[in-house]
Design a binder for this molecule. Structure first.
Ligand code: ATP
Ligand code: MG
Length: 510
């Protein structure tokens, strides 16, 4: 073997699925003590490539070598034996088992032939502390939010003590604080000699963490560059052109208030939330995780109840906790958890894109399938959904392309008030711009957009106004011109009081 530090090597790997060539001759190698970043557009073949190493897929052609010897990785056991652990982009935990059971699934510590729960939970506790997540080993995975799920996945992979650790977009659902913790862990592992394959769409993470970058386009490796390569050069390699303007917000004329939220309160979760979104406007909601942003928009959409307050659409009061009423009034929600709430995974791209329009059509008793098909085709084209055809099952789309479908179904539905919760999570830099352009079209046509995002440059770049939430309250509002990262962060970490409340009560009394 030429390079003594080489852990593994992939040569000319090919993989086809019905109607798609996912990998068309990819080369890749990984050394001890390095972070090797895999970069590529949505659907380029990143996840498929790492699944060759984790044993989830077997290549149609090409070779995989570990320590210079050709190996066959058929299934998770083979991967484990070779010292390869994988954190998948699509979570692989069992919802009804506890956190500890998930971490030690299939290899629970035993005592006198029985599962040693005490020991299992104690060991899980240590692993969870190592990744710095506050969750009980006895909690059911079903009850965890998406960021904690990700941290449990990471704890599980660490418990395998692997020589090769593969991380498929581990930071997509994490907050900056959690990302910092994760980076600390990765740097320690690298120092210990572990080889790490790291996939991300956040380009700034590459220079911060990576050593080398392999770029994949359309299932082929198109280049290998150092992680210190400037971002615009990485973008050019990845999408084959440069991107002029990352945030192409075109302001539209501001019309009447389409969404009015007054005094919205859910005891212990959010309090006295007031805001309006007007026709033609994009209003961003920034804040730290746990500030109550998702909870507020779910309540507005009727997905969760609230205890006090009023939601109005075009001045008409909306029934509380009633998604059907919200949809009939023209509200749409792209949820943060696309797998759980946004998609029917076993249905086709066309069926998923038509989900919302179909409801309206069924209500009116007339379904124009031809028109649905044409509309789905147009939307998939505009969003650049990479697929074998409109009939492809959504489950088999790449992560980013699934997210495009969730957004597309609402864009097709004549939504008056579109609420987006982390809309560009997992979306590549080029496709993001397409989505922003569609947001522009929507507001130009008189719709209102409310957007939650933990990606501050995105909130600042695309919003006309920014609401900042902290501890379940609106801590302040900034106009686009005054909204800097510092101004937003200052509000996000502030402790808003209920004073505003009393001031309002007083003014109501006069
Ligand atoms: N099981 C499958 N059946 C059919 N097609 C598949 C399957 N798995 C992947 N594909 C296709 O292979 C291609 C590559 O997908 P892959 O998931 O590897 O992309 P990716 O680079 O990870 O993208 P993303 O950034 O969106 O996660 C896509 O066109 C996808 O639809
Ligand atoms: Mg992927």
């Amino acid at each position: 073997m030429s390079n003594p530090d080489e852990l593994l090597r992939i040569e000319g790997v090919r993989k086809t699925f019905p109607g798609v060539v996912a990998l068309d001759g990819v080369d890749f190698d990984l050394c001890r003590g390095e972070v090797h970043v895999l970069l590529g557009e949505n659907g380029a073949g990143k996840s498929t490539l790492i699944k060759m190493l984790s044993g989830a897929h077997t290549p149609d052609a090409g070779r995989i070598l570990v320590d210079g010897r050709e190996v066959r990785v058929h299934g998770a056991q083979d991967a484990a034996r070779l010292g390869i652990a994988t954190i998948y982009q699509e979570f692989n935990l069992v919802p009804d088992l506890t956190v500890a059971e998930n971490i030690f699934l299939g290899r629970q510590p035993r005592r006198f032939g029985m599962i040693d729960r005490k020991r299992m939970e104690a060991e899980a506790e240590i692993l969870l502390a190592r990744v710095g997540v506050h969750v009980s080993p006895r909690a059911r995975v079903r009850e965890l939010g998406i960021a904690r799920l990700q941290m449990v996945e990471i704890a599980k992979a660490l418990s395998l003590d692997a020589r090769v650790l593969i991380m498929d977009e581990p930071t997509a659902v994490l907050t900056s604080e959690e990302v910092d913790k994760l980076f600390g862990i990765v740097r320690q592992l690298r120092a210990d000699g572990v080889g790490i394959v790291f996939i991300t769409h956040h380009l700034e993470e590459i220079a911060a963490l990576g050593d080398r970058v392999t770029v994949i386009r359309d299932g082929r490796s198109v280049g290998q560059v150092p992680a210190s390569t400037p971002e615009d050069e990485l973008v050019r390699l990845m999408v084959g052109r440069s991107i002029e303007q990352q945030y192409p917000r075109r302001r539209a004329d501001r019309g009447a208030a389409l969404l009015s939220v007054e005094g919205l309160t859910r005891d212990g979760v959010f309090h006295d939330v007031d805001f309006e979104v007007h026709a033609g406007e994009v209003v961003g909601i920034a804040g730290l995780v746990g500030a109550g942003r998702t909870e507020v928009v779910r309540a507005v959409f009727g997905a969760d109840p609230y205890d006090d307050g009023v939601v109005k659409v075009s001045g008409d009061r909306l029934k509380r906790h009633d998604v059907n009423a919200a949809m009939a009034a023209g509200i749409g929600l792209v949820p943060e958890d696309r797998k759980g709430q946004g998609l029917v995974l076993d249905a086709s791209v066309e069926e998923n894109l038509g989900l919302v329009t179909m409801r309206a059509a069924t209500r009116s008793g007339f379904v124009d399938r031809k028109a649905q098909h044409v509309a789905a085709e147009r939307m998939a084209g505009q969003l650049g959904v990479r697929m074998a055809g409109l009939g492809q099952q959504v489950r088999t789309l790449s992560g980013g392309n699934q997210q495009k479908v969730v957004i597309g179904k609402w864009l097709l539905a004549d939504t008056k008030v579109l609420i987006l919760d982390e809309p560009t999570r997992g979306i590549d830099v080029g496709a993001k711009v397409e989505i922003y352009q569609l947001i522009n079209e929507l507001t130009a046509a008189g719709a209102a957009v409310l957007m939650i995002s933990s990606d501050l440059p995105e909130v600042l770049g695309m919003s006309d106004r920014v609401l900042v939430m902290a501890q379940g309250r609106i801590a302040g509002e900034l106009r686009a011109a005054d909204a800097t990262q510092d101004a937003v962060m200052a509000l996000a970490v502030s402790t808003p009081t209920a004073e505003k409340n009393t001031a309002k009560e007083a003014s109501r009394g006069h």
